[in-house]
Design a protein around this ligand. Sequence first.
Ligand code: ZN
Length: 497
Amino acid sequence: MVEIPSRRAVLRRPSFGRALAALAALPFAACSEPPPPTVVLVTLDTTRAQNLSTYGYTRPTDPFLRSLSERSRVFERAYSTTTWTLPSHVSMFTGLPPAEHGVWFRLEQTDGGSSFPVVGAQQPLVTERLVEAGYTLLGAGGGPFTRSLYGLARDFDWFTEPEGGLGQPAGGSWQLTGAEINRRLFPELRALDGDRPLFLFVNYFDAHAPYDPPQDRSYPFPLPGELSFLQGSRTLHPMPDMTEWVAQGQAIPPEFIALAVANYDQELLLQDEALAALWAELERLGRLRDALVIVTADHGEMFGEQPDRFGHSDRPWEPATRVPLVVYRTGGPVDRIDGPVSVQQVAVTITEALGLAPLPAPVGGALPSLLAEDPRPGEAFAEMHTPDTWVAALHRGREKWLVDWVVERRELPEPTGVWLDLSLNPAEDLGGREPLEMFPPLSPAAERGWRRLAELRGRWEQAPDRSGRASLSPEELRGLAQMGYLELPVGDGAAGK
Ligand SMILES: [Zn+2]
């Protein structure tokens, strides 16, 4: 096990004098003030809202989250800011879209090695504000992109993550199960000074591909009846790599999709069990008497809802970006909110709830706290950005614009993309056409959203690049390829996937 004591842990933990100094700096230090609340942010990696019973799914994949949702504010239509792990998490920690925090997919390879964007050293993060307020920060990243290398862990007193390393079962060494995260985390929670406020960040990663739920326990969701070729066998391994099949031009049989979804659902349940155990432990330790707990996801997953689309890291389609968002606050609102909101609002929710200094607002305008009387910002964005393409989605009410900017054709006089009314077309059915073929001629209604995106694109392009760069070792690159994030053609660099 590698547990990463951050530089802050080395500086802060052993020194009682420093702890006192930190306490003196607290806005909460006066004896008459109630102690500050526990703050917990849980991201369920690769978890799409539509496969959770909290959002009406027929399989009980999330009994704990559903029970929590009955004591919380639930957002019916929450969107991630992009379709993969790292930039979406950076959005939650900064309150900014990927175009502004700059941590989007830009692998650069030169003779000297490979570099990748990471959280910039000067980028203000919500964790920084929590440190200033005297919080102890514990964290656990379950997958490759929440590891310390990429910069999100910089303010934590203790952070645990996968060790990496090749030669393990597919993905095994690049991800931690929820049970393993809890096994590492709980002793740290118990060892904490109970008088200091706690911020806890956990990224549970069970639902991410490969869809390989453990086979040493009963399987609660019956396999679909049409999987007759599997009857008599409980062996669900190996799951076919559907993205690989698509790359080879092969059709995916529907029974394999059904099998993938059944396995994915099982992993959602494992994740929910880990979350339930975490809640129970925090409650036992008295950490939830006054608490703000945010449970969401960094992105969803595609199971062929668009032709040949599986996994994520693609256009911001609904299954890839509509995520759960449940906000529990002691004494706070218990309701369900319709209308689009963004995971970007996590940062302002924490700073406002604790009365901390605000983080820089996005150029599109300041966003409301998720605990505000009206937490809906009026519009929500998602994007997928690579050196070659920039696809942006804008949500307003039930309307959705999905615009393709092919970077090398940026001077095109007319945009291409899709304008949808999700209340009439929730499946985003394009009738077999590609978004790149659509849009012109623009209707006046379609033009409104396009103009807003074009205006924002201009402002995003003027924003300073706040990202940093990290060198990636050949082993790191192979690990990311193993996890499906990169393609590594022999002798020819890597492309986003
Ligand atoms: Zn992810």
